[in-house]
Design a protein around this ligand. Sequence first.
Ligand code: PGA
Ligand code: ZN
Length: 431
Amino acid sequence: MTMATTIHSLDAREILDSRGQPTLEVRVTLQGGVAAAASVPAGASTGVNEAVESRDQDPARYGGRGVLRAIGAVRGEIAEGLRGHDAADQAGIDRTLIALDGTPQKVRLGANALLGVSMAVARAAALAADRPLYAHLGSDDATQLPMPCLNVLNGGRHADSSLDIQEFMIVPVGMPTFARAMRCAAETYQAIRAILQSRRLSTAVGDEGGFAPCLPDNESALDLIVEATERAGYRPGLDVAIALDPAATSFSVDDSYDLARSGTGRLDRSALLDLYGRWIERWPIVSIEDGFGEDDWAGFIAQTASQGSRIQIVGDDLLVTNTRFIGRAIAEKACTAALIKPNQIGTVSETIAAVALCRRAGWSTMVSHRSGETTDAFIADFAVAVGSGQIKAGAPCRGERLAKYNRLLEIEAELGVRARFENPFARYSRQ
Ligand code: PGA
Ligand code: ZN
């Protein structure tokens, strides 16, 4: 049966992401004439268990990173497989995509091809229903704005700085609305710039828009954030807290961790845990993501046991937005929250399922961008749709990062008095 929301056709094009690397934009056209597009992000510190993106491996184009094969899959096999399906049935569409690919890590057609289609279908169906994307994917109760976690200092694989820790995020925990929180974060970010300038340190930015200065060590970065918070007129801890993503897989060597960039040197699992413990004592840290390597379950379990009541323990590379790993981590008490990246798992429905599993376990979720992004703000709507209490989308700098935050500002304004905003870290507050 043909309806307005029946899929008529699919198309895809090769575009460039924020690092100038190729990615896909997928366009879906429905029988009723509605058309919508979505584009796919890409990571740099990708987990080994992530769904696999299709890259051409043709050294003559983009150093092998072209996505013409993924585009061919969308135009060919996927278009054929989805023609006549109802775009309003997201779960059915995603089941079909998964079955068409037929591999556990989506290597055959490519997770990038699948996700682009899945997101474009969601957007087209929302448009056809004349509903905002967050309401279409969620419900009329989707009124909660996420707490933004803004990556203001970039290290690790995202910059050539002296920081081993990949991401130093500021979290405007003491603000009453999302808009006020963004103002607080942006003012603190500008204060960091002013301090760096006054010390003649570089204000060039890393992949996610955060500064990437040559500071003596990771601890100096924490001091800098506190100093900037005060300079901007806010109270460290009460108004602005700190969240870290060490992305420790990137500095794990054999059975230990080598914090070589900062000169801290090699630490074993328990020494690294102690280091985090000292940082938590000294700075207003409320969350640590991937404090240990992606296969160091014992590290995560030890951290959750000893620090899990004082800070949020987030699994990213460890869990890869996959219910299989999240289920194991719930059973083994390896984290208290999951990072949620649609392109780690490859379809919108599976991403929703990952959030739902976390919620049932009493876990928190942080919806996340990738270091290679486009101006597509899908994750902003997604975070509101699923009521994820947190989002990370980089610094308040660079268009592809602001696209997400600005979309959330728009959603908050649109919701008006129905909009809710709360501090998901209130239970960790120490004064
Ligand atoms: P990626 O990093 O997008 O480069 O993989 C983000 C993260 O580790 O959270
Ligand atoms: Zn991470």
